[in-house]
Design a protein. Structure first.
Length: 348
């Protein structure tokens, strides 16, 4: 299902400014003479080589609040996690997946060292995140998120992209922000402004855990004010907004609309959402994934996990049964993620 030539043709027409860290490490400099690239936990790859991509999954998660984690963090053994998670990723690769976007937010168990090891041993490209996560009523936010200015907060994320996360050398492939779903609070508004600042300097896409349209459209308004095009923003968990007209409006304005949470019980509802977007001529603004996994820190052997395989074994066949062509399937799982996660400054 990978069609590299088509991807290169599509990307060759783009006018995105690509960024990379200069050799002195002091700044990020523009690259407008190269193909679009994505940042994985093992470094740069051509975006056109990401191949079949799951746009939103999780390898490991820790749901302790920040306060609990800071005082009594739950311990886990990376080797034990590898024993559980690595076979799942290898099965995923055997099904044709080539890139796994790990959307585990900062404060919910992001582990760049673990992800790099999983990538090396599974053969999958893996992306990780920078950013902060205000969902669950701000319980995963460290105190400095409330006291930093939007610019100071963005500088923390920019530093991780420029120099790596916590000394690991692993650099984030996108900015993951978390919102509570209603009208934006002061701290949520600061997060999306900081996301705009960080995007303008790094070219990293902003993935926003959002759900309902009330939060989504307020975020979009902030990005408009900040001069960031909506093609740099992913509406995560968009399936939780029941008014399909809002999906259509967001996509027509240029946003990425992500229908994740695909599992055996949602095949029909997710297929209906994707079909409607195709019928509206907006398939090229849709991302699909499962929001599945994960090794749950604090539970025996990581607890019960949702399968990474449902999209391949159940959902894509359901789309084919609705008349989706091979080219349309490629748009959803190859072309769109490659465009969405390419590191490129997208400003008005």
């Amino acid at each position: 299902m990978r069609r590299r030539d088509l991807l290169q043709t599509a990307f060759g027409a783009a006018t995105a400014i690509l960024l990379e860290q200069n050799c002195a490490g002091a700044a990020l400099s523009a690259r407008d003479d190269a193909r679009p690239r994505a940042m994985t936990v093992r470094g740069w790859v051509d975006a056109g080589d990401l191949g079949v991509t799951l746009a939103h999954e999780h390898a490991l998660a820790n749901f302790q609040s920040y306060q609990e984690w800071a005082s009594h963090p739950l311990a886990y053994d990376r080797g034990a996690v590898m024993t559980v998670v690595l076979p799942r990723l290898r099965r995923l690769r055997a099904l044709g997946c080539r890139t796994f976007v790990d959307a585990t937010a900062v404060g919910l168990g992001r582990d760049p060292v673990l992800l790099r090891s999983l990538s090396e041993r599974s053969g999958l490209n893996i992306l990780t995140v920078t950013g902060n996560y205000a969902a669950f009523n701000n319980t995963h936010l460290p105190p400095w998120v409330f006291t930093d200015s939007d610019d100071a907060l963005a500088r923390r994320w920019i530093e991780e992209f420029a120099h790596g996360i916590d000394g690991s050398g692993v650099r984030p492939g996108f900015i993951k922000l978390g919102f509570n779903g209603g009208p934006l609070s002061d701290v949520e508004r600061k997060l999306i402004r900081a996301g705009a600042i960080a995007h303008r300097e790094t070219g990293l896409t902003i993935g926003a855990h959002t759900g309902p349209a009330a939060s989504a459209f307020e975020q979009m308004a902030v990005l408009d004010q900040e001069g960031v095009r909506l093609s740099a923003w992913i509406w995560i968990h968009a399936q939780n907004e029941k008014d399909v007209g809002r999906h259509i409006e967001a996509a027509r304005r240029g946003a990425w609309v992500e229908f994740d949470g695909i599992d055996p019980d949602t095949i029909d509802s997710h297929a209906a959402l994707v079909t409607r977007m195709r019928d509206e001529g907006l398939l090229d603004h849709v991302l699909i994934s499962q929001d599945a996994g994960w090794y749950n820190v604090g539970q025996d052997s990581g607890g019960a996990a949702r399968s990474y395989e449902t999209l391949f074994t159940r959902f894509l066949p359901a789309l084919r049964s609705r008349g989706f062509t091979a080219g349309e399937i490629d748009t959803l799982i190859v072309r769109n993620p490659a465009k969405a996660f390419a590191v490129a400054v997208r400003t008005a």
